[in-house]
Ligand binder design. Structure first.
Ligand code: ADP
Ligand code: MG
Ligand code: ZN
Length: 499
């Protein structure tokens, strides 16, 4: 029998607010010394009262709107009870039956696969737990000898985005995750970094015979800290589960962990051991009424997201899909590109040519500098002002400077923030295309390379290419290669005729 996969994703997204979800401690737990962002509230001392962080609520609404959700008129918090050492209170403040956002959707277009329309069940707010680090310093003993606890992370705002089981292939799951990360980053509400644990994906996976619409027993896979790991874990389950059904067994409802090295999922706990969380309304936080005017304001403030922006770049600047996708992968890069292009006041074909050349420089040389280990990696932090990059592109397009010179200028702009025309003047990089300037260099190349001259006279026209190279070397890349080639050919023809 042929099977198809049914997948629903639950994603925890950490929000980058100034303070924590229910207290005024800083939420910058990653950069702070352990246990320095702590107060009686997030340490769970008795008698304290939580206060809702309104900035976190606003971020949750932004994400909900970006995912086409309805925003609740009234939302409330609930206690989710379970015992674990990272949870000092013995319960987590979360949301159960009245989450802040419900009933949304996301469309994805995975490469080489049909588009998918994925329902978003809900987005709810909760708080993160403390961070445990298990230390193994007891040689010979299995397991760890002791555990360190960092309470900095306890109480950091967390959002859970739950999808409907509308995903049917690993590529669709991947596209969903990448788009959700992109939305979080465009909104600037979090880093959505999986390796750091700021974006945690749990994958619910089941299989069913192709053509049926039943929902069979599923497993929930956890512990994946890269997108690639999620894809592999889903692939693993898709090849494991049909065998279980085919051999007359039943897939067990269970939580499995992903072992990235072995490339397998491993049972962590079965359904029988599943917790009953005994949810009940958080008595210390009254329900929140979400003002409609506020939701409208937030709606109006939403940025143009990557998909729309890519389509607009293709139309407005005549960019190809590849360039437009690279430029819109991050909001900062897209903003930078638009600042470069807008600074020139062009239209039509001129604009398209300039946009294409600008895209080449931003996606090429500038990206290379940004990705180098030293120096800033965020385009927002580059010393190169957009209008300076535009001026450089213009110089290059007008063939005022050579490709090699333009690259040299860009490196200087990168390290000093100088304007390109100043660097060009300083370093004497203007392209040499005037005959009277080039002729002596051409003559010198001919005088110094008698073998190449003989080759040419013997009919080997490629000798010209070698001599152009010599001219370029002598002028440190500043010679206009076309003009140099013409002059060389003309002079060589004269030598030949004189024989
Ligand atoms: P729970 O309360 O156990 O977390 P939910 O009904 O809230 O269960 O579903 C959690 C996630 O599991 C959702 O993302 C949902 O889409 C997904 N899911 C539910 N049923 C299935 C199934 N049969 N196969 C795959 N995923 C499923
Ligand atoms: Mg769940
Ligand atoms: Zn605190």
């Amino acid at each position: 029998m042929e099977y198809e996969a049914v997948i629903g994703l639950e994603v925890h997204v950490q929000l980058q607010t100034k303070s924590k979800m229910f207290c005024s401690c800083g939420a910058d737990y990653q950069s702070a010394e352990p246990n320095t962002r702590v107060c009686p509230v997030c340490m769970a001392l008795p008698g304290v009262l939580p206060v809702v962080n309104i900035a976190a609520v606003e971020s949750a609404i932004k994400i909900g709107l970006a995912l086409n959700c309805g925003i609740a008129e009234i939302t409330k918090f609930d206690r989710k009870n379970y015992p674990y050492p990272d949870l000092m209170k013995g319960y987590q403040i979360s949301q159960f039956d009245q989450p802040i956002c419900i009933d949304g959707w996301m469309d994805v277009q995975p490469e080489g696969e049909p588009d998918a329309h994925i329902g978003i069940t809900r987005v709810h707010m909760e708080e993160d737990v403390a961070r445990l680090t298990h230390i193994d310093n007891a040689p010979g003993k299995s397991g760890h000898s002791h555990t360190l606890m960092d309470i900095n992370r306890a109480g950091v705002p967390l959002m859970e985005v739950v999808s409907e089981p509308d995903i049917h292939t690993p590529a669709q799951a991947e596209a969903y995750i990448l788009k959700l990360q992109n939305i979080i980053r465009y909104l600037g509400v979090g880093t959505a970094n999986m390796e750091e644990g700021s974006f945690r994906v749990d994958a619910n996976v089941s299989v069913r015979p192709v053509g049926s619409d039943e929902l069979r027993e599923r497993v929930e896979v956890k512990n994946m800290n890269r997108v690639r790991a999620v894809v592999r874990a889903i692939e693993y389950e898709i090849q494991r589960q049909p065998g279980v059904w085919e051999s007359g067994g039943r897939v067990q409802m269970e939580t499995r962990g992903w072992d990235d090295i072995a490339g397998v999922t491993i049972v962590q706990r079965s359904k029988e051991e599943a917790h009953d969380y005994r949810y009940f309304p958080e008595p210390d936080i009254p329900p929140l009424r979400i003002d409609r005017g506020w939701v409208e304001e937030i709606t109006a403030s939403l940025p143009e997201f990557a998909d729309d922006r890519r389509t607009r770049f293709e139309g407005e600047y005549d960019l190809n899909e590849y360039d437009a996708a690279l430029l819109t992968a991050s909001r900062a890069t897209a903003d930078y590109f638009e600042a470069v292009v807008i600074s020139q006041d062009m239209t039509g074909d001129e604009l398209a040519a300039f946009a294409k050349e600008s895209a080449n420089w931003i996606n090429g040389e500038l990206a290379r500098l940004l990705n180098a280990p030293e120096g800033p990696s965020d385009i927002n932090d580059t010393k190169i002002k957009p209008e300076h990059l535009a001026a450089l592109v213009a110089l290059f397009q007008a063939r005022t400077i050579s490709n090699a010179a333009a690259r040299e200028v860009l490196e200087e702009m990168w390290s000093s923030g100088a304007a390109p025309d100043a660097v060009v003047a300083d370093r004497g990089l203007l392209k040499v295309s005037r005959t009277d300037e080039l002729l002596p260099v051409v003559q010198e190349a001919i005088d110094n390379n008698p073998n190449a001259v003989e080759d040419f006279i013997g009919g080997k026209e490629t000798a010209v290419r070698f001599l152009v190279g010599q001219v370029m070397k002598a002028t440190r890349g500043r010679a206009d290669a076309g003009v140099a080639a013409d002059l060389l050919t003309k002079t060589l023809e004269e030598v030949k005729a004189a024989r």
